[in-house]
Write a protein that binds this ligand. Structure first.
Ligand code: SDX
Length: 392
């Protein structure tokens, strides 16, 4: 059943929900955004068009796309006092710590779009969230690099603007790398939404209480940061770098299968996909294309491909239905585009903001929407009377 509440004792039940946005078939390895296959969107669409699709339900006409693009572009700048907020972080702050704090603080700067019962406020906060995430992510990167913030420009495409805000320096002209922009568009599309994953469920639960959209997205960022979730792209590349060479792979495969060893293959396995993650296929192809186009020889790609080959022939992984997920190859591509490892999850959050906001909107537009309240199975002590301390 798609969307209906299902309780499976083998699966920690969380309140499920009905949604029209994303469909996943874990056995078939199917992922559809509003009915469109993810590989077709990744190959043919771009960030703004797919964002429109997720938010509005259909692909836009040329005019609708221009209006939407203009609305997003109009909101890309952040309040000038926002810099003071960022300057409060330690220079070695993890970008996800900055994103968590900064996005949560947005409601203090944009309280004129926080009334979730006002449809106008919801539209403006949606545009502001999608528009300002690249600016904030780029500021987080520039801050830890010790470089000046670069303002967004209105004449650049969304992803090009982001690359320029990250990598331009005032001392010289910055030339947009079209290969990098196209690859990043594809990566962002792959990461945009994924049904009721942990961070999206977090955003819905926070939103169900009436919390302002910026606070809800900050809650999603916090949840995504975990290495079992969005933090896996950073963890997967660090794992590949720790393995280092192909001949070390068997030792790590052994460790991943050892119940007494907490080591897991990062970028492998999935709560839902028990066949293959369709995004991983597109990601692997994109990685190969980017490395070729930028003429980068990254030894980690060879280690990743060999690790995947060995694992997929190993009965432990086959029996437990463990396949590469989207995080297995994405780090190699992001590193090739010039991003440091600790920016990877921030980029995941940038893209997933579209899905979080679309799901948040869908929940608030449901006339029967109530505050989320997952229940529990109580396994604690029976009722008992208080015992004074001198009698314990
Ligand atoms: C994302 O939900 C989403 O949609 C998430 C996401 C999205 O777009 O929002 O797709 C993004 O989070 C992808 C997943 C990224 N995380 C990782 O790559 C981290 C490494 N993977 C695992 O930690 C793990 O696979 C999970 C967290 C993804 C799923 O964990 P589960 O639910 O425990 O996996 P499972 O129930 O399918 O596990 C089956 C068995 C278990 O062993 P047993 O208890 O049956 O003995 O396989 C084992 C697990 O211990 N296992 C692994 C493993 N993943 C699961 N063993 C070794 N290496 C792994 N990676």
């Amino acid at each position: 059943q798609t969307g209906k509440f299902t309780f499976d004792p083998g699966f920690t039940s969380t309140a499920s929900c009905e949604s029209k946005i994303t469909y996943i078939d874990g056995e078939e390895g199917t992922l559809l955004y509003r009915g469109y296959p993810i590989d077709e969107l990744a190959e043919n669409s771009d960030f703004i068009e797919t964002a429109y699709l997720l938010l509005h339900g259909d692909l836009p006409s040329g005019e609708q796309l221009d209006v939407f693009r203009g609305n997003i572009t109009y909101h890309t700048m952040v309040h000038e006092h926002f810099k003071n907020f960022l300057n409060g972080f330690r220079r070695d702050a993890h970008p996800m710590a900055v994103m968590c704090g900064a996005v949560g603080a947005l409601s203090a700067f944009y309280h004129d779009s926080t009334d979730i019962h006002n449809p106008e406020h919801r539209i403006i906060s949606t545009h502001r969230m999608i528009a300002k995430m690249p600016t904030i992510a780029a500021m987080a990167y520039k801050y830890i690099m010790g470089q000046p913030f670069i303002h967004p420009r209105n004449d650049l495409h969304y992803t090009e603007n982001f690359l320029r805000m990250c990598f331009a320096v005032p001392a010289e002209e910055y030339e947009i790398n079209k290969v990098a922009a196209s690859a990043l568009d594809k990566i962002f599309i792959l990461h945009m939404d994924h049904e009721q994953n942990a961070s999206t469920s977090t955003v819905r639960l926070a939103g169900s209480s009436g919390a302002n959209p910026f606070a809800c997205i900050a809650a999603g960022i916090a949840c995504l940061w975990g290495p079992a979730h969005g933090g896996a792209n950073e963890a997967a590349l660090r794992m590949l770098m720790e393995i280092g060479t192909v001949d070390k792979i068997p030792e790590y495969i052994r460790r991943a299968k050892d119940k007494d060893d907490p080591f897991r293959l990062m970028g492998f396995g999935h709560r839902v996909y028990k066949n293959f993650d369709p995004r991983a296929k597109v990601m692997k192809k994109a990685t190969h294309e980017v490395l070729e186009a930028l003429d980068i020889k990254d030894p980690m790609f060879a280690v990743a491909k060999e690790l995947e080959r060995i694992a997929l022939e190993d009965e432990y992984f086959v029996e437990k239905k463990l396949y590469p997920n989207i995080d297995f190859y994405s780090g190699i591509t992001l590193r090739a585009l010039g991003f440091p490892t600790d920016m990877f999850t921030a980029l995941f959050a940038l893209a997933r903001t579209v899905g979080w906001i679309a799901q948040w909107q869908e929940m608030l537009e449901d006339p029967n929407q109530k505050i989320g309240r997952p229940r529990q199975i109580y396994t604690g002590a029976d009722r008992r009377d208080y015992v004074p301390i001198n009698a314990r």
